[in-house]
Write a protein of this length. Structure first.
Length: 370
């Protein structure tokens, strides 16, 4: 794969209303408190992690992301493609509309394409594409953007990824019994009890040239769908192992070159078991440093491929990654100590989602802590 640079990025998440604030919060090991909502069927409370700061409309948030990512002097965007990745579609708008109408009508839209086209027209992008592949949506957006740049179709690419706090997502995951009753998000802990959903809005500018101060270099990656099940990937980890190996191959790296693996770590039974087995298949007992990010910003679903990538790379540039207080009990060798990497370290970032959608990215730090 032809490497591309993540030149700039913007992030709004539970840790902060911008990328710098969020990365400082992560570096200081400050977890968001979240708010409680009620599961209708069980009449039990669950936790949701909203974006820090005042509420805004989706249009306002996406325009703010583009302003931060493109910069004041971005010039004409007729050489730039827009990619929008999400599982949210326009569900929040539809929920509001249905409440006003008293019902959901057959002609009401749930189109992500509509949102992307509105942004393309408003900002003047050369073209716009959308991706909705469960938890791998944004990771696939990075890979597709890199491919289009390498093919010479565009000079620049902007990826936007977001997940909104919709009642459909909250109640749906609750009905699947995947939400943590305790609100303690503990991937790979033997007593983990599920995930905590998180709201996020993220954007990144991709190019073949590094720019002034790039966040990261995307060296390679691979994505594939495990069709052995309608909902999950194989718990023996074989498909996950294969995806990671193919990602390394595309980046012309080996497993031994990896200084850190950012695990997907949903804290759900099937996903954690499959990822653990995949890691054991690739590395055996001798693994590089491991980290998880969802305990700090929640599971941001289709946006996690970008929200977690931006947060990870920014934190490694400016801070250390915090350790986990339950690391000694985890089923993978997570660290209880803070993690600091060389400035040019190579990382593997995993995103393994619902329906067996699995993706791994190979990233290189740019100017991290020494």
């Amino acid at each position: 794969m032809t490497p591309v640079y993540l030149q700039r990025g913007a992030l709004q998440c539970a840790l902060g209303a911008d990328l710098a604030t969020a990365s400082r919060a992560l570096g200081d090991d400050r977890k968001a408190k979240g708010r409680s909502f009620l599961l209708h069927e069980l009449q039990q409370p669950r936790t949701y992690l909203d974006v820090a700061g005042p509420a805004h409309t989706l249009d306002a948030r996406l325009d703010q992301l583009l302003r931060e990512t493109l910069g004041a002097e971005h010039g004409s965007l007729d050489d730039c493609v827009l990619i929008v990745a999400s599982t949210s579609l326009d569900i929040v708008d539809l929920e509001t509309q249905a409440a006003e109408q008293g019902q959901f009508l057959p002609d009401d839209s749930t189109s992500l394409d509509r949102i992307a086209e509105q942004l393309r027209e408003r900002w003047g992008f050369a073209d716009a594409f959308t991706l909705n592949t469960a938890c791998t949506s944004a990771a696939n957006g990075l890979l597709y953007g890199a491919r289009m740049l390498a093919d010479g179709q565009f000079a620049r690419a902007v990826l936007i990824a977001y997940e909104t706090p919709s009642a459909l997502a909250m109640q749906g995951f609750g009905a699947l019994d995947l939400l943590s009753p305790s609100g303690h998000y503990r991937p790979f802990h033997p007593e983990r009890d599920g995930l905590v959903l998180g709201e996020t809005y993220a954007a990144a500018l991709l190019s073949l040239e590094p720019g002034a101060a790039p966040l990261a270099r995307l060296l390679g990656g691979f994505s594939a769908c495990d069709t052995s099940s309608l909902t999950t990937t194989r718990e023996d980890g074989s498909h996950i192992d294969w995806v990671m190996q193919q990602a390394l191959k595309s980046a012309e790296r080996t497993a031994g070159d990896i200084a850190l693996v950012k695990l997907h770590g949903t804290a759900t039974q099937a996903n954690d078991v499959a990822e653990r087995n995949g890691m054991l298949s690739l590395y055996g007992e001798h693994m590089p440093a491991l980290c998880v990010l969802k305990p700090w910003l929640g599971h941001t679903l289709g946006a996690c491929g970008l929200s977690e990538t931006l947060l990870l790379m920014k934190a490694l540039q400016q801070h250390q990654l915090p350790g986990l207080d339950y690391a000694a009990e985890a089923s993978l060798p997570l660290s209880c100590e803070r993690i600091q990497l060389p400035g040019d370290a190579v990382l593997l970032a995993n995103f393994f989602g619902f329906g067996g959608n699995n993706a791994s990215l190979v990233l290189q730090c740019m100017g991290g802590a020494q």
